[in-house]
Design a protein around this ligand. Sequence first.
Ligand SMILES: Cc1ncc(COP(=O)(O)O)c(C=O)c1O
Length: 382
Amino acid sequence: MSFDFAARVERVEPSATLAISNKASELESDGVDVVDLSVGEPDFPTPENVVSAGQDAMAAGHTGYTPSNGIPELREAIASKLRDDGIDAESDEVIVTPGGKQALFETFQTLIDDGDEVVLLDPAWVSYEAMAKLSGGTLNRVDTAPYDFQLEPALEDLEAAVSDETELLVINSPSNPTGAVYSDAALAGVRDLAVEHDVTVISDEIYQQITYGVEPTSLATLQGMGERTVTINGFSKAYSMTGWRLGYLHAPESLVSQAAKLHSHSVSCAVNFVQHAGLEALEHTDEAVLEMRDAFRERRDMLADLFAEHDVDVPVGDGAFYMMLPVAEDDQEWCAGAIEDAHVATVPGSAFGSPGYARISYAASEERLREAVDRLAEHGYI
Ligand SMILES: Cc1ncc(COP(=O)(O)O)c(C=O)c1O
């Protein structure tokens, strides 16, 4: 039988990152040693105390449904963490979700109607475009590539894009795929535009704890932004908990009560014992976070130096664990060749809206990063 698919699913493409990792798996199953720098996940185990908390919670019988928006202790701990960041947060303004991705998905579905304008800063994480399209939104994209991926010099371009027609603006600092951490002046510029044009802003802060020598500002702390910001965060990156699936959104209660309808009718709740593990992560896991952060910083510096030795100047950000390597104009061909010939997996910049680059995740050991650079050089890719 031929299915009559909904227009919404036909509007989106499968994730480009997945296509690369499929190719890497295919080569690996043929016995090829692939250096996979395409995946956006820390290569560290989940901290032991968090694993134990999850196991203990399971053993203690925390295996049933929880209140849809999350267990009260975790919602309160999240609100308290947000208050520490300077956000005026209460626990009833928090929804605990299975991953930050679900929190983002619920936000798009709650706010965007057919034809509503969503403004993205390119290069932008791949799923924002898909989420906007799935909810019927139209995209308006502002390119930060000409400004080494910084927002402050791109503010004039953003000003030209944002208007009274704009429903939603997405800010992701520290950024995937560039690692850029936006300055306070840049965020103030975002605030001025959002307030002037009455725009809601998603502030995706999933890489907040992974920064090098800078303190990222939460957008919702800026005057006038608390009432129009949806703050997204999660446990995947900071605590190396990608497979646990745990994240959250914080927004004004009026928005939370609408999003909660989607949440309860789709996922019901995040996994019960995982929420208990999340509580342990938030309250008792500072050291492991700092160790991972220091390791990422060393890798970033080493990788940038290795590329510099080959006369490749890579714009390096102050956060997350990604960098955008300038490559050939046809970045898709470059990435396909790099994996085929050099057995190094990266993601084409065009998947993020910025052709001419390849995104590298440096969440890999120093040895594997060296190996990747050697192979790319040996096969003439740098
Ligand atoms: C920018 C950004 N936001 C959100 C997410 C979602 O992460 P998770 O659903 O694992 O919490 C990711 C994951 O790669 C990301 O890179």
